[in-house]
Design a protein around this ligand. Structure first.
Ligand code: NAG
Ligand code: NAG
Ligand code: NAG
Ligand code: NAG
Ligand code: NAG
Length: 411
């Protein structure tokens, strides 16, 4: 493995987890004092009640069942805080990244948070909670406390979950969908669009901190984590839940941080990049809600993406097994050049983002080089790190207003 980084798994494993379990440098670590709060599950009542209705917005909870039995929780903010009588609000689906859940769109004040801003700009907002996160731990027959529930990677989110969400929102609203993804949420959409799935239900997509190619992350801790996920990790956790609040992950993180050359001081910066514009109170609220579980296999798949430098399906490791699953010795590639060239895309990436590295974004843009020029809008934000795109206090002016105009332009 000559490549550095673990991609989105770094978000979790390192920045968030490190902060949560408290292995980061004592005292000077600015978020460490919030550790106690991080352990509490902040909102047993659901996201509408805990994070939306409190600001005076209408909110509805839905459960959507995928074609293979997973039950996903969605929140809908159907209109802005000042009700009007518009009946034709374009739906927007918001898909968060790995190891967090839908609440990440609601962390700052309503004037600063994307979900509220879109609702106040005339959109009908739908927030997804990925399978395995606290409100999406349900299945028609599988028990989330058993490993069968966790036998999946982001391939399955692409093949089953996102299509189910699009189908549901399209059916509920009778309209085509605008999409916003952050981090893993961008990968899910790019992969789904590349296979032509649900394309007839999409109007446009905004991709914040796009994650597809993951070969250029350089932090030492990511190197260690990526190696671990390619090696001992599955025997460490089995093919089971990766619960970042669990004992096993705490031990793992301590092990990573004890490796030569790994500096676990100020991990939030080391691993997500220098986020310019985070609010310390928002970070505290974030840690009350996150991190959330994913499957260990999902992180293994991300590590493969880092290693292989291409975007393709999960590699079973053995030719015979790949042959059995895919009918070919290597996993099929998601050919991003196959995304319909006239699909309006807005990409926003940050110069300080250690996960969505500028060089990897260039590789992505290269894959999209045949896209209709007028349909591909690219924004580069010099001083933004990975988390600024969801939590930055300046994100409204810098990014979200552009997203709202982009959607209106293609409505
Ligand atoms: C919306 O409709 C209600 C009654 O249906 C009416 O009282 C109200 O003035 C309308 N508001 C706007 C902004 O048109
Ligand atoms: C899973 O385990 C938790 C805690 O041990 C328990 O509260 C919950 O009811 C279990 N869920 C199912 C579906 O068995
Ligand atoms: C996991 O799912 C794959 C199919 O995707 C199946 O071949 C395999 O047997 C499953 N493993 C377990 C342990 O359930
Ligand atoms: C940071 O968050 C706190 C609590 O929500 C809020 O009172 C404060 O105005 C925020 N600061 C900025 C710069 O947005
Ligand atoms: C991807 O698709 C394009 C055309 O859509 C084709 O030219 C290219 O060879 C494909 N790449 C791979 C790796 O299959």
């Amino acid at each position: 493995m000559g490549r550095a980084g673990t991609g989105s798994s770094c978000i979790v494993m390192i920045s968030l987890l490190a902060v949560v379990v408290g292995v980061a440098g004592a005292g000077r670590q600015p978020f460490r004092r919030h550790l106690a709060a991080a352990d509490a599950d902040a909102s047993p009542v659901g996201i509408c009640a805990s994070a939306v209705a409190i600001h005076g917005y209408k909110c509805q909870e839905f459960d959507v069942k995928t074609d293979n039995g997973y039950i996903l929780n969605l929140q809908r903010i159907p209109q802005g805080v000042v009700p009007d009588n518009s009946t034709n609000r374009p739906p927007v689906v918001l898909q968060h990244g790995v190891l967090v859940d839908g609440v990440t769109w609601l962390l700052n004040s309503p004037q600063q948070s994307l979900a509220f801003i879109l609702a106040d700009s005339g959109f009908d907002v739908w927030i997804v909670n990925a399978r395995g996160t606290r409100f999406s731990r349900k299945h028609a027959s599988l028990d989330p406390n058993k490993s069968e529930f966790w036998n999946w990677t982001w391939d399955d989110l692409v093949a089953h979950d996102l299509p189910a969400v699009f189908g549901f929102v399209h059916q509920q609203t009778g309209q085509k969908i605008h999409y916003v993804g952050h981090s893993m949420g961008t990968l899910m959409a790019l992969a789904m669009f590349s296979e032509g799935k649900q394309i007839n239900m999409v109007k446009s997509a905004a991709l914040l901190s796009p994650i597809a190619y993951l070969s250029h992350m350089t932090t030492k801790l990511c190197v260690v984590a990526a190696k671990a996920f390619m090696g001992e990790m599955t025997s460490f956790f089995g093919f089971a839940e990766f619960n970042p609040k669990g004992q096993a992950v705490e031990s793992l993180l301590k092990y990573f941080c004890a490796q030569p050359g790994v500096d676990c001081y100020d991990m939030l910066t080391a691993l997500t990049g220098t986020n310019c514009c985070l609010n310390a109170s928002t970070i505290q609220y974030f840690l009350k809600n996150e991190p959330q579980s994913t499957s260990t296999l999902n992180l293994v798949h991300f590590a493969q993406t880092v290693r292989d430098g291409i975007v393709r399906k999960y590699d079973y490791g053995k030719t015979k097994e790949n042959q059995g699953h895919y009918g070919q010795p290597k996993p099929p590639v998601y050919n991003l050049s196959n995304i319909p060239h006239d699909l309006p895309l807005f990409l926003s990436y940050g110069g300080q983002d250690a996960l969505s590295d500028v060089k990897d974004v260039q590789t992505l843009l290269d894959a999209l080089r045949s896209h209709d020029v007028g349909k591909l809008h690219v924004q580069y934000v010099e001083d933004y790190g990975h988390l600024d795109f969801i939590m930055g206090v300046t994100a409204k002016d810098v990014v979200y207003n552009q997203v709202a105009s982009f959607f209106k332009n293609y409505n």
